[in-house]
Design a protein around this ligand. Sequence first.
Ligand SMILES: *Cc1c(COP(=O)(O)O)cnc(C)c1O
Length: 359
Amino acid sequence: MKRALNFNAGPTALPEAVLKIAEKEWLNYKGTGMNVMEMSHRSKPYEEINTQAQALLRKLLNISDDYEILFLQGGASLQFTMLPMNLLEEGKKGYYALTGSWSEKALKEAKKIGDAEVVASGKDNNYTTIPKLTDLDSLENGSYLHITSNNTIYGTQWNDIPSNLNLPLVADMSSDILCRPIDVNSYGLIYAGAQKNLGPSGVTVVILKKDLLERSKDSLPSMLDYRTHAKNDSLYNTPPTLAVYLLKLVLEWADSIGGAEALETMNKQKAALLYNEIDESNGFYSGHAEVSSRSLMNVTFTLNSKELTDAFLSEAKELGFTGLNGHRSVGGCRASIYNAVPLEHVEKLAQFMKDFRTR
Ligand SMILES: *Cc1c(COP(=O)(O)O)cnc(C)c1O
């Protein structure tokens, strides 16, 4: 059977090695006679999966004991709400850098909870660049500063994160977590839906500094209070067991191939193949993102006319490439090349882009 050349924006490709292990363990997980989906989340084998997934993430991102790792439900979108509910303090502000549709949504939800303000925005430039954050000293009376580390729809990514802040930095890393090493100590909280770089949809990873838990108030609904999940090792209620199991397998795979450093090397190599083709095409393909803000994960580009774009996409589809349509809000083309997308698939796409252009 031929696997798709999968460039979906999310959910998207999982490592084939992971799917094969899951297939092998499908009917009988480690001698239990059950699929992971069929066992109690209070059982020993499941508790091990939960613990191992946490430990692997801690290792891969070098997360210190000052941080909790939570596996939650509701997607990154629920974090747009849970974050201000827990961290936005009375009489203080949540500051937001707008770099695309996801940060706009995060801001919109925060405003429903409390006082949220935009500190920088790339909107006037149609989100082609990551805006410069200046005057960070003037971020007075803030509870946190929120950024979206990679902008899935526009194809831009933060390369230099704000530093020397006097308030916690919060990042939505849904579309680039584990694409490269990061210094977790620079952040107060990181959240990411798993379905782009970490596994299937259904589980959302939250990494948060333990001292920030003090901000949560007893009036919060239990399920929306980070303390509930921290205290109970993300086993307060029934977790998405199958998703956490697959997350664990993806993290084992990432570890086995060399972790965040190795992934960064591969991701840079993959991204360069596509950006080089765009740059060498003399405007046949034009990239949406400015060079300094280009994403390693989502390569966005357009062709000169709608007819050409349509022809490109339909030929690509015939050849087995999937998911190359740009997001409905921006159009054009987008190749999402997350961790699990093999180099060979990106080579094939770069070759196709070149062939199409030459013809
Ligand atoms: C995909 C995505 C989301 C939405 O995640 P859900 O899990 O569907 O809520 C949020 N932020 C970013 C940056 C994304 O790429």
